[in-house]
Write a protein that binds this ligand. Sequence first.
Ligand SMILES: [Zn+2]
Ligand SMILES: [Zn+2]
Length: 167
Amino acid sequence: MRLDLQEIIYTPDAQKTFQFQLDLSDLDFYGYKPVTHPILVQGSVTNHAGALVLEGTMETQLDLVCDRCGKEFSRKKVVKLDSLVAQELEDEENDDILLLEGTELDLDQAASEAFVLAMDTKNLCSDDCKGLCAKCGANLNLGPCGCKPEVDPRLAALAQLLDNDAE
Ligand SMILES: [Zn+2]
Ligand SMILES: [Zn+2]
Protein backbone atom coordinates (compact mmCIF):
# COMPACT_ATOMS: atom_id res chain seq x y z
CA MET A 1 0.00 0.00 0.00
CA ARG A 2 1.04 3.58 -0.57
CA LEU A 3 0.42 6.10 2.19
CA ASP A 4 -0.11 9.72 1.21
CA LEU A 5 1.45 11.94 3.90
CA GLN A 6 0.40 15.24 2.32
CA GLU A 7 -1.71 16.27 5.32
CA ILE A 8 0.98 15.67 7.97
CA ILE A 9 4.25 16.65 6.25
CA TYR A 10 4.08 20.28 7.40
CA THR A 11 1.85 19.84 10.48
CA PRO A 12 3.70 19.27 13.77
CA ASP A 13 2.21 16.48 15.94
CA ALA A 14 -0.03 15.31 13.12
CA GLN A 15 -0.29 11.57 12.73
CA LYS A 16 -1.49 9.20 10.07
CA THR A 17 -2.23 5.59 10.94
CA PHE A 18 -2.34 2.59 8.64
CA GLN A 19 -3.24 -1.07 8.65
CA PHE A 20 -2.94 -3.49 5.77
CA GLN A 21 -2.02 -7.03 4.84
CA LEU A 22 1.20 -7.81 3.05
CA ASP A 23 1.56 -10.91 0.91
CA LEU A 24 5.09 -12.32 0.84
CA SER A 25 4.05 -15.90 0.06
CA ASP A 26 6.35 -15.94 -2.99
CA LEU A 27 9.38 -14.96 -0.95
CA ASP A 28 12.01 -17.64 -1.36
CA PHE A 29 14.25 -18.11 1.63
CA TYR A 30 16.96 -20.78 1.30
CA GLY A 31 14.75 -22.80 -1.02
CA TYR A 32 11.64 -22.53 1.15
CA LYS A 33 8.70 -20.17 1.07
CA PRO A 34 8.11 -19.66 4.79
CA VAL A 35 5.68 -16.73 4.68
CA THR A 36 2.59 -18.84 4.05
CA HIS A 37 0.19 -16.46 5.80
CA PRO A 38 -0.44 -12.78 5.07
CA ILE A 39 1.50 -10.36 7.27
CA LEU A 40 -0.62 -7.94 9.26
CA VAL A 41 1.10 -4.55 9.16
CA GLN A 42 -0.12 -1.71 11.37
CA GLY A 43 1.33 1.50 12.68
CA SER A 44 1.60 5.20 12.10
CA VAL A 45 3.68 8.01 10.72
CA THR A 46 3.99 10.95 13.12
CA ASN A 47 5.34 14.43 12.57
CA HIS A 48 7.70 14.99 15.51
CA ALA A 49 8.73 18.64 15.28
CA GLY A 50 9.07 18.38 11.52
CA ALA A 51 10.67 14.93 11.45
CA LEU A 52 8.47 12.15 10.10
CA VAL A 53 8.73 8.95 12.13
CA LEU A 54 7.34 5.63 10.95
CA GLU A 55 6.51 3.18 13.74
CA GLY A 56 4.61 -0.05 13.60
CA THR A 57 4.54 -3.81 13.89
CA MET A 58 4.31 -6.65 11.42
CA GLU A 59 2.89 -9.93 12.58
CA THR A 60 2.41 -13.32 10.96
CA GLN A 61 2.80 -17.05 11.37
CA LEU A 62 5.78 -18.58 9.57
CA ASP A 63 5.94 -22.18 8.39
CA LEU A 64 9.54 -23.27 8.89
CA VAL A 65 11.71 -26.36 8.64
CA CYS A 66 14.11 -27.17 11.48
CA ASP A 67 17.73 -26.87 10.35
CA ARG A 68 18.76 -29.65 12.69
CA CYS A 69 16.09 -32.36 12.50
CA GLY A 70 14.09 -31.41 9.39
CA LYS A 71 10.77 -31.18 11.22
CA GLU A 72 8.21 -28.70 9.90
CA PHE A 73 6.93 -26.28 12.48
CA SER A 74 5.10 -22.97 12.76
CA ARG A 75 6.24 -19.93 14.67
CA LYS A 76 4.76 -16.53 15.27
CA LYS A 77 6.95 -13.76 13.91
CA VAL A 78 6.69 -10.15 15.01
CA VAL A 79 8.86 -7.46 13.42
CA LYS A 80 9.03 -3.86 14.54
CA LEU A 81 8.94 -0.98 12.10
CA ASP A 82 10.91 2.06 13.15
CA SER A 83 12.32 4.45 10.56
CA LEU A 84 12.65 8.05 9.68
CA VAL A 85 10.82 9.23 6.60
CA ALA A 86 11.95 12.22 4.54
CA GLN A 87 11.29 13.92 1.24
CA GLU A 88 14.97 14.06 0.45
CA LEU A 89 18.23 12.88 1.92
CA GLU A 90 20.09 15.63 3.74
CA ASP A 91 22.83 13.32 4.89
CA GLU A 92 23.91 10.96 2.12
CA GLU A 93 25.47 8.58 4.60
CA ASN A 94 22.24 7.83 6.39
CA ASP A 95 20.51 5.34 4.12
CA ASP A 96 18.18 4.16 6.88
CA ILE A 97 15.85 6.97 5.92
CA LEU A 98 12.85 6.05 3.81
CA LEU A 99 12.36 8.43 0.94
CA LEU A 100 8.97 9.70 -0.09
CA GLU A 101 7.92 9.70 -3.70
CA GLY A 102 6.32 13.10 -3.84
CA THR A 103 4.16 12.95 -0.72
CA GLU A 104 3.67 9.18 -0.84
CA LEU A 105 5.43 6.51 1.16
CA ASP A 106 5.68 3.08 -0.47
CA LEU A 107 4.74 1.06 2.61
CA ASP A 108 4.71 -2.26 0.75
CA GLN A 109 8.36 -1.85 -0.09
CA ALA A 110 9.39 -0.50 3.32
CA ALA A 111 7.57 -3.28 5.18
CA SER A 112 8.86 -6.02 2.83
CA GLU A 113 12.46 -4.92 3.25
CA ALA A 114 12.20 -4.68 7.04
CA PHE A 115 10.57 -8.10 7.20
CA VAL A 116 13.17 -9.83 5.02
CA LEU A 117 16.01 -8.29 7.04
CA ALA A 118 14.41 -9.61 10.24
CA MET A 119 14.19 -13.20 9.02
CA ASP A 120 16.33 -15.62 11.02
CA THR A 121 19.14 -17.33 9.13
CA LYS A 122 18.83 -20.39 11.36
CA ASN A 123 15.58 -22.01 12.43
CA LEU A 124 15.36 -24.64 15.15
CA CYS A 125 12.13 -26.39 16.19
CA SER A 126 13.32 -25.84 19.76
CA ASP A 127 16.50 -24.44 21.29
CA ASP A 128 17.51 -27.88 22.56
CA CYS A 129 16.65 -29.83 19.40
CA LYS A 130 18.93 -32.89 19.43
CA GLY A 131 18.90 -33.26 15.65
CA LEU A 132 19.49 -36.45 13.69
CA CYS A 133 22.02 -39.19 14.41
CA ALA A 134 24.96 -38.72 12.05
CA LYS A 135 25.22 -42.51 11.66
CA CYS A 136 21.69 -43.85 11.25
CA GLY A 137 19.67 -40.66 10.67
CA ALA A 138 17.22 -41.33 13.52
CA ASN A 139 15.53 -38.30 15.06
CA LEU A 140 17.22 -38.08 18.45
CA ASN A 141 14.38 -35.96 19.86
CA LEU A 142 12.33 -39.16 19.88
CA GLY A 143 14.90 -40.97 22.02
CA PRO A 144 18.35 -42.53 21.68
CA CYS A 145 18.87 -44.55 18.49
CA GLY A 146 21.15 -47.32 19.78
CA CYS A 147 24.26 -46.30 17.89
CA LYS A 148 27.42 -46.35 20.00
CA PRO A 149 28.66 -42.83 20.67
CA GLU A 150 31.61 -41.98 18.48
CA VAL A 151 34.77 -41.74 20.58
CA ASP A 152 37.21 -39.02 19.66
CA PRO A 153 40.45 -40.90 18.78
CA ARG A 154 42.50 -38.27 20.63
CA LEU A 155 40.46 -38.85 23.79
CA ALA A 156 40.86 -42.62 23.42
CA ALA A 157 44.64 -42.21 23.14
CA LEU A 158 44.64 -39.96 26.16
CA ALA A 159 42.60 -42.42 28.20
CA GLN A 160 45.09 -45.15 27.30
CA LEU A 161 47.99 -42.94 28.36
CA LEU A 162 46.39 -42.20 31.74
CA ASP A 163 45.64 -45.89 32.17
CA ASN A 164 49.28 -46.81 31.64
CA ASP A 165 50.34 -44.16 34.15
CA ALA A 166 48.15 -45.70 36.79
CA GLU A 167 49.81 -49.10 36.53
ZN1 LIG B 1 14.52 -29.80 15.27
ZN1 LIG C 1 22.05 -43.66 15.28
